[in-house]
Ligand binder design. Sequence first.
Ligand SMILES: C[S@@+](CC[C@H](N)C(=O)[O-])C[C@H]1O[C@@H](n2cnc3c(N)ncnc32)[C@H](O)[C@@H]1O
Length: 465
Amino acid sequence: MLNLPIEFKDKYQKLLGNDEAEKMFSAMDQESKKAYRINPLKFENNVSYDKTEEVPDIPNAFYGEVSGQDPEWVSGTVYSQDPSAMFPAWIANVQAGEKVLDLCAAPGGKSTALGQALKGEGLLVANEISASRVKALRENIERWGISNALITNNDSFALAKVFPQFFDKILVDAPCSGEGMFRKNPEAIEYWSPEYVQTCQDRQQEILEQAVKMLKPGGKLIYSTCTFSPEEDEEIVSWLVKNYKMEIQPITMINSDKVSHGRPEWGSVDHLERTLRFWPQDNLGEGQFAAILKMPGELGKENSKKSKKKKKDKRNNLSLTKDEKEYIAKVLDKFNLPKEISDWQKRALVRKDHVFIPAISEQNLKGLNIVNDGLELGILKKKRFEPGHHLAEALGQVEQKNVINLSSEEDYMSYLHGETVKVDTDLRGFVLVAFNKMIFSFGKIAGNGVLKNFYPKGLRILKKD
Ligand SMILES: C[S@@+](CC[C@H](N)C(=O)[O-])C[C@H]1O[C@@H](n2cnc3c(N)ncnc32)[C@H](O)[C@@H]1O
């Protein structure tokens, strides 16, 4: 049984009434609900999991557990995510070509969903303030095969300087008191106090003050938390409406009766019932709050012919030489390229031997700590080119012929451990490596049929003795 603080219980008994509060506390003693999303970007996405129970309203999402060693996970074919946490990115209703910022992004559950909705067009800036957490964000975006994300490790002040009135949509999945996660992470209970809730509200306002500066007129802010406290939910939304004249938008993409609405009496502006609340007693997933707010003005007005014209990349000094292009083409020509990579010869740049297609070309990114810009194609090594892991995951978007599908679980695990594997094939040189048809790495086959391991060292799974 969860050891909930007395002040927490008192607060929700007052807010909800005794009966509803009891339902909430007893639901918090049940097991948390696990679920996963299937990646629509991947060509092979026939997963081995049970698909009987769908997560309501979310396409390609099902209840069930995923292991980090499954080929489905390793190949970026599924993402394990709390079902309620799937909603903020879904209601953002991102369209291909938009400019989207995920301001508090790690480990990337919502960034992967926002990125997949862009379908390789437009831009996702995925930012995370914590240097340790940004690593997982990068891994997850790469696995998902997203090619047009700029991953940054900054605070919101630094981003606001570089991107004034720039984005169509911004998701602020704010750091919060995490009350909705108590049953999943009971250690979060230890941090909780009424003062901590207030500290979280202050921090949310500080982040949001910068976020609104980055929205275009008419742009949309999706604000979410995984907490129940009105101070961090309805009160924050009220503050946004009052301070920035933002409008709370109706959310039309939800049909499930397991999704509740914000409480007008817990804030101080109209239309709070348009916001969404996820309660454990509604039995969908963990606790969550989500709202969409629109900036005054209309989108698209700034899209004059002049601003539509593609600006030239200022980074001419990073261009590839003719020889470098030839080394790269020798490898890439063996694969079927998704459309966003097909014009790599025009767009790819090289920095410190790393060849990449930038996610963003016209913007001056000075002042940002860039973790990854777009799609890393690979590394130039003297007169040859070694394709990179991110490229392998992106190539999984389309049918590939130059693939070795490992024939046993044993070979698959050996590969994840970083070992070489003997393969029975006529293929030679760089190949994509798959298991159960799901592409998860590059490898290189030598003349003797030995598959050299190119699974990145940082992702390898340690062998148990
Ligand atoms: C709720 S988590 C984000 C979860 C993520 N959106 C997902 O779906 O996987 C909030 C994140 O905000 C980050 N954060 C904390 N303070 C921040 C700040 N001042 N600016 C930006 N991000 C911050 C935390 O490190 C944490 O990773």
